[in-house]
Each structure stands twice: as C-alpha cells, then as structure tokens.
Design a protein around this ligand. Structure first.
Ligand code: PLP
Length: 729
C-alpha cells in the first residue's frame, strides 16, 4: 500500500500492561473465528460481553478495572491469553500460508474483490443477508489461505434496518445512525493527517467518499462513505443504507462503488492483477478501468481486452427480474461525458450492456456489462450454472447453451466462523490433529466415525439447550423492557421445549422461499406439532426487504400461525434475524428446513452452516443441496424437477414435506433409540452429513477454486506472471 497512507485506530484503551494486546482485537477481526480469543472476553466479564453484543471496542472501553485486575492475577487466564496472542502473531505474520506454498514465485500481484455488502459479524451491521455473509466468509478464508486480496465495499452509516414485529404480524423497520467510533473501522489518512477521499461525477456535481479500513485477519477491506465534506446534505446520505429501490440512489451508489472503488484502489497506490465483481452491483468498475487505459493511450478495444482478461464476475441471481438494470434515460443522465472519455459513441456505450428491459424496450444491464467485460464468469451452484447459461444464452447466440462460457463455483461457508466451539473441541480430539488446516480434504472427515455417539449427542443436546436459553433470555428481556402484548412473548419462544425435535427456518422473507409451505395444511401441521411424546417445534426468523410487500405479507401469515394457541407455543418467530441469531440457530436446532421454489435458490448457505454442526438438512433439491444430498445425509423435499405451474409445485412439495416429516423424521428421532437412549439412525445420518458436507461446502474449497480457476489465469494474463509450484499446487 502507498506508504504515505495510514490507517488510524481511533480509540485507545487503558488496559493493564500484562494483557494490553487485547487491544489488537479491537481493530482486527481475527478473533471472530478463533473461539479461544472469544473465550478471553467471556472470562473477563461474560455479562458485559453479551451486553455489548460481542463488540471488543465497546467491551474494552467499558470493562471494569476490577475485572481486568482479577484476570491479570489468574494463571489460567494468562496462559490462555499468551496462547491466543502467540497464535495471532504467527497468523498475521503469515509466511507459511497455502498461497505462499502453492505459488512460491508469486510477485506482488493483488486481487481486488468488490461487493455491495460484507457480513463479517453481528457487531458490524452493514450487511443485509446471504450475499453479504458470503462476501464476509470469502474475506476470512482469503485471509486464512494467505491470498493477496484487498476488498472494496460500503460503510453504510445507518446499517441495515432492525426488525420489530407488531402484534398483528407486520414488520416494522428501524434505522439508526451507527456509532462509528464503536466499529472496527479505521479512517485512512494521508501524510498530512487528512482523510483520504475519492470523488465521482454524479450528474455534473462532484461527490466525494472518504475511505475506511477494516482488518479482516490479513485482508484489508476498504469501505467508502459519502458522509464527508464538502458533499451536500443529500449526498452525505448516499451511502447510508443498503438496497434502496430508488433508482437514482441505486445508480449513484453503484457508480460510487464501481468507479469510486477503482479510484480508491488507486489512491492507495495499488494495481491489482485480478478484479472480482461479486454480483453485478460493482460492474461499473470495468468501465473505469477501460477509461484509465484509454487515457494512457490504448484504444477502446485494446483496453476492453485487458479488462476482460483480468476480470471475474460472479452472478447470484437466477431470475431475470432480480438483475440490476437501468433505463437508458438514466444512463444519459449519469454518464453524459463518460463515453467520450472512453473514445466511443453513446450507442457503442449502451451496446456494452444492452438488454431487453423488464418493462419492454432497452435497458442498460449491469450483469450484461459484467458478462461482456469479464472473461471469467460463474454461477454459485451446479444448477445455478445451468440456469445462468440458459438465461444468458442470448449473449452468445452462436454457441449451444451448454457451451455458454459461464461455469459454476458452489458457495461454501467459513468453518471457523460457523462451527460451534464445542464441536471444534470434539474434532480436535477425534480427527487428525491438523484437521483445521485440511478441512477441504475428505479423508480428514472419515475420522468422524471415531467420535463416540454418546459424546456427539451430548454436544448436540448442549447446543440445543444453549439456543433455548438464549431465546428465553431474550423473551424475558423483551417482557421486562417493553410494553408488549403477552402473546408476542409466547410467539417469541417463551414456551419452547429444550427436549423437543426442533426445526429451524431462517432466511430472507422473499416470496419464492415459501416460508409458508409448511403451513399449507394447517390442520396437519398443528396435529404433527402436538403428538403426545413426539412434540415438534419450528423456529422461524428472517427479514423482508422494506419495499417487499409480498415478503411482509408472508411474515404476517407466518406470525398469525405462530400466535395461534393451537400450536401450543411450538411455532416461534424470532425478531431481527442477524448473524448472531443465525449462529445460535444453525448450531442449536435438529433440522434445517429450506423450501425455495426451484430453481430460484442460486445456492443458499445457511444449510451448509447447519450441516457442519451436525444439523440435518431437510430441503428442496435446489442450489447447494442438490449437490450435497446423497440419500443418507439428510432429506429431500420434492423431486429433482421443476413444474411449470407454481400451485402444482407447491402442492407436490408440501405433500412430500409432510410425508417425510411424519413417516421418517419424527419416528427416527423419537422411536429408533438404542439401549442407551441414543437415536442410532439419526446419529448415523448426522455423521454422514458432517463427513460428506464439511469438506465440500466450506469456503476453503470455494476460495481455492476461485484462486485456481479464476484469479490465477487472470493474474497470469497480466504483465508479471504468477508461476505455480507444480509439486505442491
Ligand atoms: C447465512 C446467512 C444468510 C444466508 O442464508 P440462506 O440460506 O442463503 O438464505 C442470511 N442471513 C444471515 C444472517 C446469515 O447468517
């Protein structure tokens, strides 16, 4: 990085000298995926750690002197502390990573990774859902593997909304300005101590964005923020929230991310050899890179060729309507001079991204732009790859559909982030000692059979109790602190049973995800929940996009069933789904349910988080699950086909869901017990699930695939070639 630019840590802490390295975790997120580091905070003051929502900055600022002095005199604490700091130091030094070993002759080339949102932790609420969590997991894994990656995104100064459900089941959205001094974001300053800013032109006015940095292990994440002098009041709000439906705001944000993001990379003195667009939101970056090269004397076509060879585009959207596109008048409004700088006409400019608009006529489509200017393109599961080749076939009319140049890399999850600490402990004891280094190696996971069923079951029961205790505590706090109707306390889980078979359903409430599928036959489901000695409970959670009326109606429909006394308190809706609740759920339930209407779930990742924790998936054969399911490691809902008629598909899927639940899942959980009261068949399925899924649906496998299939060839086409070490590679 340009050595005149520094990242400043805005808050300093007064800590006893013996443990003052704890401050390192305020501005490096490494601790998030290292349970031993998290345990240090718990040992110092568990209640405070919960109260500050797992935020080290607030924790270290607010923690009492007495608590700190106590641990400074505690041998066990100090041993743990020294071990954690030693691991951290050797991690950040990082000269024995997979990347170094595999590409020993790699030069200084870098990879730039752009995404609209990054979900790193619940204490940094600048993500909406799956795309953000995937981006966050990508960065953590790139750090673990030692990839020379730098990421670019937004610091949304109001974060994503928090969700309240009213008594009649309606989602209320609350936005609040984030306290930036509480976030692990460091302002970037130049040699004069001034904030580093970049600017873009928006309809004739210059709009500035200042730059912040978050350290994700070894990976820097650069965040743009338009709340800066001399922007006018409304421009200062441009980057305050995620996913507006206002098209002026949306195109402005996408210009700031794509064009401003390239300028941010340049301001830092960086020259990445590979540029990865995670979804189309950042696709304007291709145009900015072309512009740079045209200014330096290349022709438009030459510049496009360089950009194509060094760009990667990952699409996540299997429905045409879900893709970002703009009316041509909006393009005329925002890019009136830009095409001249590229040395082309307006028509040529539009042609790079021309698409048939959803409203008829022509539109400027960001995925089309990205498809045209990135030679490396992929969907995020095998089925989504197929769907994408079909959807974008028209861009390659001379090719057969199967030869459309879009491949797939199936999404994975970051094991360290999502695996329960207690399971990690079991794996430490029973798997190969270097299992964490080799999580994508299937042979490591054959060791799962070494774990005694009784021990694994004990951990599973512990994690379920932990989930229930968390929900009870939330209910209690809500009851104490707000004026709320008692039925909402019950709806929030106050009657949950820590011993009942528990199903989790948590995700964004979009209509295609069919959260109400399991409620389709109300008598049947109410009956199944309350069988004597075989109780079943279902925990729902999820937000709807504030502008998605259909999604909000779906929440209301679910909430009505949740409030219905007939369910006996066994249907529950948890408000304000986020990464914290996600962690509790994917670690604590027995069954993870997913019921998208095929083939709309590009991949999905929450089921992957559940799988590594020994939770069994029960899902439609869509996205990742279509690849993961082998007949013995969970259950499928419906068949491996699509119906033309939605209603017919919903009926068929619901029938399959009820039958499997009633005839297989419930009896297997309750009745098929061994002499020592362990559910034998269930345990076998659980082990099969961990064994087959942990190595396959992790970001270790995923990021390595991006590296070898996408980044490496892109980097090799740049001036300085990266050489692969054939022996180790
Ligand atoms: C993992 C995760 C998601 C994505 O889950 P899907 O299965 O892809 O729907 C969304 N939100 C949060 C908070 C998550 O942790």
């Amino acid at each position: 990085m340009n050595n005149h630019i520094t990242a400043e840590t805005p808050v300093t802490f007064s800590l006893p000298r013996r443990i003052n390295r704890l401050a390192d975790f305020a501005y490096n997120l490494w601790w998030i995926w290292n349970p031993e580091a998290i345990r240090l905070f718990n040992l110092i003051d568990k209640a405070l750690w919960e109260a500050v929502y797992h935020n080290p900055i607030v924790f270290l600022r607010d923690v009492g002197r007495a608590q700190l002095n106590a641990v400074v005199n505690d041998r066990h604490f100090l041993d743990a502390y020294d071990r954690v700091i030693k691991n951290f130091d050797s991690y950040v030094k990082g000269n024995h990573t997979w990347y170094h070993k595999t590409y020993p002759n790699a030069g200084e080339e870098q990879i730039a990774y752009f995404s609209f949102e990054f979900g790193l932790h619940e204490s940094i609420p600048v993500y909406a859902g799956g795309l953000g969590v995937l981006s966050g997991d990508h960065l953590k894994e790139a750090s673990d593997l030692g990839l020379p990656l730098v990421a670019v995104g937004f610091l949304y100064t109001q974060g994503y909304f928090s969700q309240k459900i009213s008594e009649d089941g309606w989602q209320e959205n609350r936005n609040q300005a984030l306290k930036l001094e509480n976030l692990p974001v460091m302002p970037l300053k130049d040699e004069n101590g001034k904030p580093v800013t970049v600017s873009v032109d928006l309809t004739g006015r210059k709009v500035f964005a200042k730059l912040w940095q978050i350290n994700v292990g070894r990976v820097p994440l650069i965040l743009l923020d338009s709340n800066v002098e001399p922007n006018n009041a409304s421009d200062r709000m441009l980057t305050s929230r995620l996913y507006s439906n206002d098209l002026d705001l949306r195109i402005s944000q996408e210009i700031i991310l794509g064009i401003g993001g390239v300028r941010a990379i340049r301001a830092l003195g960086l020259n990445p050899a590979a540029w990865h667009m995670n979804e189309g939101h950042s696709a304007f970056l291709t145009l900015e890179r072309v512009r740079e090269m045209v200014l330096q004397g290349k022709t438009f076509e030459e510049a496009c060729e360089v950009v194509r060879r060094s760009s990667i585009f990952t699409t996540h959207t299997p429905v045409p309507a879900g893709n970002d596109e703009f009316a041509l008048w909006l393009i005329d409004k925002y890019f009136p001079l830009y095409w001249q700088e590229l040395g082309i006409t307006r028509d040529q400019f539009i042609d790079i991204a021309r698409n048939k608009a959803k409203w008829g006529g022509d539109a400027f489509s960001l995925p089309v732009l990205a498809m045209h200017l990135a030679n490396y393109r992929n969907g995020v599961s095998e089925l989504h790859g197929e769907v994408s080749r079909k959807m974008w076939h028209f861009l390659w009319p001379d090719k057969q559909e199967k030869d459309v140049p879009i491949s797939h890399i199936t999404n994975g999850v970051h094991t360290g982030t999502w695996l329960a600490r207690q399971l990690r402990g079991l794996f430490d004891r029973y798997l190969a000692s270097d299992w964490l280094e080799r999580i994508d190696d299937p042979t490591v996971w054959d060791g799962i059979d070494n774990i005694p069923d009784a021990e694994l079951w004990m951990v599973r029961r512990h994690l379920k109790r932990k989930l229930m205790a968390y929900i009870m505590e939330r209910s209690r706090n809500t009851w104490i602190s707000t004026t709320i109707h008692p039925v909402q306390i019950i709806a929030g889980g106050a009657l949950l049973d820590p011993y009942a078979l528990t199903i989790g359903f948590a995700r964004r409430f979009a209509t295609y995800k069919r959260a109400n599928l399991i409620l389709r036959d109300m008598d049947r489901i109410m009956n199944l929940l309350n069988q004597p000695n075989h109780p079943v409970q279902i925990i729902f959670a999820g937000k709807a996009h504030p502008a998605d009326e259909g999604g909000k109606l779906l929440i209301q429909e679910v909430y009505r069933a949740v409030k219905n006394a007939r369910n006996g308190g066994r249907l529950v809706f948890l408000e304000d789904y986020d990464m914290n609740i996600a962690r509790y759920l994917v670690q604590g339930v027995d069954i993870w349910l997913n019921t998208p209407r095929r083939p709309n779930e590009a991949s999905g990742t929450s089921g992957e988080k559940a799988a590594i924790n020994g939770v069994l998936n029960f899902s439609v054969l869509d996205g990742w699950w279509r690849e993961g399911f082998n007949g013995k490691n969970g259950w499928a809902i419906g068949d491996d086909i699509e119906y033309a008629d939605h209603d017919a598909q919903d009926s068929a899927d619901a029938a399959s869901l009820y039958d499997t639940l009633e005839n297989e899942i419930i009896p297997m959980y309750y009745d098929q017990r061994s002499a020592d009261n362990l559910p034998d068949e269930w345990m076998a399925r659980m082990k099969e699930s961990i064994r087959t899924m942990a190595p396959q649906f992790c970001t270790r496998r995923m990021v390595k695939e991006y590296m070898t299939d996408m980044y490496l060839p892109a980097m090799q086409s740049s001036v300085n070639k990266v050489v692969v070490n054939k022996e180790k590679g």
